[in-house]
Each structure stands twice: as C-alpha cells, then as structure tokens.
Design a protein around this ligand. Structure first.
Ligand SMILES: NC(=O)c1ccc[n+]([C@@H]2O[C@H](COP(=O)([O-])OP(=O)(O)OC[C@H]3O[C@@H](n4cnc5c(N)ncnc54)[C@H](O)[C@@H]3O)[C@@H](O)[C@H]2O)c1
Length: 317
C-alpha cells in the first residue's frame, strides 16, 4: 500500500474533529486535509472550506493533493434532518454520490462512509438487529443512509471501488459537541448533570439504544480502513455494537458520581425516531472479518465522561 494521503469531509463535526486529530497523529499532519462547510475548529493539519454539494471543488482538492483515503463524514443528522427533510436528503445523498464519483475518477484507493443504526426501522428484531435486515427507515436521515450504503455496495461491485462502512451507534464523547442526532441526550445529560445537577431528557426513561464511546468508534474506523481488502466481506455497512442502555440506566450510573443529580422525562419528536431503532445490534460480522472488539462499557464510559467534563471545567476556570 502507498503512503496514505487523507481527506475528510464534514471534519468539523462531532466525530470528524476527533478522527482528524487521530489520523494526523497516525499518518502525519502533512498527510491529512480536513474540510467542512463551516470553520476550522483548530485542526493540527491543513483545512479547506468545502461544500460537499460542490463536486468540482471536491474533485480538484482530491486530485491535486493525490488523496488515497477519502473519509466522507458530512451529513445532516437524524433529528436535524426531520426539520428540513429535502435539505437533509440533498446533502446526504448528493454529497455521498459526489464522494463516490470523485473517488471513482481519481486515485482514491479507499472510501469511508459512515452509516447509522437509523437505517433500521419496522420489520426488524429490536432486541438484536441482524447484519442483514430489511431496511425500512423511519427518518429521512435513515432513508439517506440506507440508500448511501447500497450505493457504496454498487460502486464496489460495478467499479471495484474499495468502499468501507460502519453503522455507528450513538457516539458519545466530551471533546466535541454532538451535531443534532437522536442519541445526543447521552452527551447532554453529562454536561447538564455536572453543570446544573438536573437534566430534562427528550427520550423516555426506557428508550434502550445502542451507543459507543468515541475512542472505540474512532479505533473501529481506523481498524476497518487498515484491514486488508480481502477481509472485508460486507460492502454495504457493518453493524457495530458498543453498549446498550436506557436513559434511566445511564442516570443511575451518573448518580454514582453525582448523587444529588435529578432527571425528568419530556419525550418529544425524537422519541418517535428512537422507537423505530433497535436496542442492540448483532456485530458478529465485524468481529469475524476485521477483529472488532469494544473496550468501553457503561461504567467505563460514565467515569471517562464525568472526569473529562470536570477537567475541561477546571481548565476554563
Ligand atoms: N454522531 C453519531 O452519533 C453518529 C452516529 C451514526 C452515524 N454518524 C455519521 O457520522 C458522520 C459524522 O457525524 P457527526 O456526529 O460528526 O456529525 P456532525 O453533525 O457533528 O458533523 C457533520 C459535519 O458536516 C458538516 N456539513 C454539513 N453540511 C455540509 C456540506 N454541505 N458540506 C460540507 N460539510 C457539511 C457540518 O458542518 C458538520 O461539521 C455523519 O455522516 C453521521 O451521519 C454519526
């Protein structure tokens, strides 16, 4: 394999900020270009403004910089997408097709496409969503991710493009703010618990959803992208399971660190989205093909989030 030259779209988001830093550390900051439609949050590598709807500019940046690995992260997430479905469809779908086409006509060797648990919907086993399941999503975000996965598979089969993808569960971390997803409560609750001692949760107490700590999500992404091509048997998207919990269970864990914290439940439209998602995923294929193994469970996650937010607070006071 040649030396890697990496470009990320949507790099200023919750996952992109952390992934960019990790890739810059691993491959050298001179080999990584972060792009986003919004501003540079202080990357240790080059940054370019890029709207993923501008295919010409995407192609120019990729070809002029000899990009080998394209991480296409830019998207409108589930909760935000429901407020403007046409816009979400346009950015998620046209952006993904632009990334696939740019990869096809340039020297890109590997493309990463992040999918989501939002691809699932009615007709799935909510106890443990299988790898191969009917995808009848409830949200425009889920529809766009399900279509995106199938486009990835199409580009692999038709053009031999080495596309790799993960269905991320809700990603939880404290170093970058979440971008408008249904699982954002599991980040917000920590900030509100530490700063105000109270949280008004927009999901029901018993809304069980699959989640993953940021470090595990980033490690999975890099492990998948570094795996030999012959190990990748799934070209739509791999299920990935970190841990599963309800808001009530997470609250009990947080109480171990902040005993006086209180919670109330005020489910809104995001509960409808959560109702259509599985509580857990079967990630046997990711384990068997490229050795996926989670490191964070709910207790390690809670302790890490609590200590991380506390230390950020101390730095700013
Ligand atoms: N965070 C999660 O829990 C989660 C779960 C499943 C899948 N994903 C997927 O992972 C990827 C990254 O997610 P995230 O949480 O970092 O999202 P985010 O919303 O925090 O970041 C998305 C980024 O895309 C950028 N963007 C939006 N429109 C753009 C455009 N037209 N051109 C260029 N950039 C644009 C935004 O400015 C933002 O910085 C997304 O594709 C998302 O669907 C995330």
């Amino acid at each position: 394999m040649r030396n890697r030259k990496i470009l990320l779209t949507g790099a200023a988001g919750q996952i992109g900020q952390i992934l960019t830093r990790e890739l810059a550390k691993r491959y050298g900051s001179q080999n990584v270009i972060a792009t986003d439609i919004s501003g540079n949050p202080g990357f240790p590598c080059a940054f370019e403004k890029l709207d993923v709807l501008d295919r010409e500019r995407m192609e120019k940046l990729v070809s002029e910089n000899g990009i080998t690995d394209l991480y296409h992260l830019a998207a409108i997430l589930s909760a935000t997408g429901e407020k403007n479905p046409q816009k979400a469809w346009d950015i998620n779908m046209r952006g993904t097709l632009n990334a696939l086409e740019v990869a096809r006509v340039t020297d890109v060797e590997r493309l990463f496409f992040p999918s989501s648990i939002a691809v699932f919907g009615i007709e799935i086993d909510r106890e443990k969503a299988p790898q191969h399941a009917p995808l009848i999503p409830h949200s425009v975000y889920g529809i766009s991710k399900a279509a995106g996965e199938n486009w990835c598979n199409y580009y692999f089969e038709k053009y031999g493009l080495d596309v790799r993808s993960i269905r991320y569960p809700g990603v939880i971390g404290y170093e970058s703010p979440p971008g408008g997803g249904t699982t954002d409560y599991a980040v917000d609750i920590f900030y509100k618990a530490v700063e105000e001692g109270h949280y008004a949760c927009f999901l029901n107490a018993n809304a069980r959803l699959p989640m993953i700590y940021m470090d595990d999500a980033i490690r999975a992404t890099i492990e998948l992208m570094e795996a030999p091509s012959e190990k990748i048997s799934i070209r739509t998207s791999y299920n990935l399971q970190g841990m599963s919990f309800t808001p009530a269970e997470l609250f009990e864990e947080i109480k171990k660190f902040i005993p006086e914290v209180t919670i109330e439940y005020q489910p809104d439209y995001r509960q409808d989205i959560a109702d259509s998602w599985p509580g857990r995923l079967d990630d046997q294929a990711a384990k068997a093909d490229w050795g996926w193994k989670r490191e964070f469970d709910i207790s390690k996650l809670t302790e890490t989030m609590y200590r991380g937010i506390k230390s950020l607070q101390q730095q700013t006071t």
